[in-house]
Design a protein around this ligand. Structure first.
Ligand code: G
Ligand code: G
Ligand code: MN
Ligand code: NA
Length: 254
């Protein structure tokens, strides 16, 4: 309860912020955009990570408001980078299940893009299978509308949820994100490797791109490259960075 109150203050105050973790194109080695990850600069506690407070946001429903704030903050950052000569940087934003179900994602996205004057092509949404499957017909409507304006959509934590393959081809999505659970031991556990490879070939058969998250080592990277994975994200390249550090990284071209 204390945390709920503190989070309400955090949202009204200036305590929430986004860090940005780079994604890299495995075919070309080029920078491929970032994922925005929520942080809470909590007075007296230092930097608090999502594992500690996103569950509270979800249980209390505060995630609906915070989620709208995240979309707005990400679009503001896209605009600042764009007009500051950094990038263009495509930013992927996590959308929580309750935010998708209870909020008005389409309107939030439209108004944030307009307010900050950024092209829709630079915004990507990461939704979990749970969020997508909770109301499949509405999902198709909302995603179809968002796709029409140019938004990209990825399924996050892929392989850990329901994965209704019948729906996968009906959802207008662009990308699958292989869950870290299959990446961690990909070079030593044949089952994890088999699942990752199955996801990659299925994605490509459905004309979807595929990204692996949680890549920490070169052997993982090489394995994924040989498996024709399109993009990777993880500590091997970079931790999530504050916006100025991400901007410097992109500008330096490394
Ligand atoms: O950054 P970190 O590894 O601590 O994130 C932990 C979890 O919190 C991840 O599962 C991630 O999806 C979630 N998370 C991080 N940022 C956001 C966000 O902006 N919105 C939502 N809904 N979840 C987030
Ligand atoms: O939204 P999602 O659940 O995909 O969040 C990704 C989470 O994974 C973030 O909290 C991020 O900090 C974390 N992460 C990113 N790269 C790595 C990595 O290389 N290893 C591990 N263990 N976690 C990572
Ligand atoms: Mn994500
Ligand atoms: Na994930």
């Amino acid at each position: 309860l204390d945390m709920e109150l503190a989070l309400r203050r955090a949202l009204d105050g200036d305590e929430l912020l986004l860090h940005y973790q780079p994604k890299v194109n495995l075919h070309t080695g080029a920078f491929a955009g970032v994922e925005a990850l929520l942080r809470w600069q909590r007075p007296g506690f230092g930097m608090v990570y999502p594992a500690e407070f996103v569950p509270v946001l979800e249980d209390t429903g505060l995630i609906v408001r915070v989620g709208a704030w995240i979309i707005d903050a990400a679009c503001r950052q896209i605009g600042e980078w764009l007009r500051g000569g950094v990038g263009p940087v495509r930013v992927a934003v996590n959308v929580a299940s309750r935010q998708f179900v209870e909020g008005d994602l389409e309107q939030e996205v439209r108004s944030a893009l307009a307010r900050h004057q950024v092209p829709a092509e630079l915004l990507e949404l990461e939704l979990t299978e749970t969020a997508l499957m909770s109301n499949a017909e509405r999902t198709i409507t909302v995603l179809t509308n968002l796709k029409q304006i140019g938004i990209k959509v990825a399924i996050d934590d892929f392989g850990t949820g329901y994965s209704s393959l019948a729906y996968l081809q009906r959802f207008p999505i662009d990308k699958l994100k292989i869950d870290i659970a299959f990446v961690r031991d990909i070079t030593t556990n044949p089952n994890d490797a088999a699942i990752a490879q199955a996801i990659i070939s299925m994605a490509h058969s459905l004309k979807l791109r595929v990204i692996a998250e949680g890549v920490e080592t070169r052997p993982q990277l090489e394995y994924l490259r040989r498996s024709r994975c399109d993009e990777i994200q993880g500590y091997f390249f970079s931790r999530p960075l504050p916006p100025d550090e991400l901007g410097a990284l992109v500008t330096s071209g490394r």
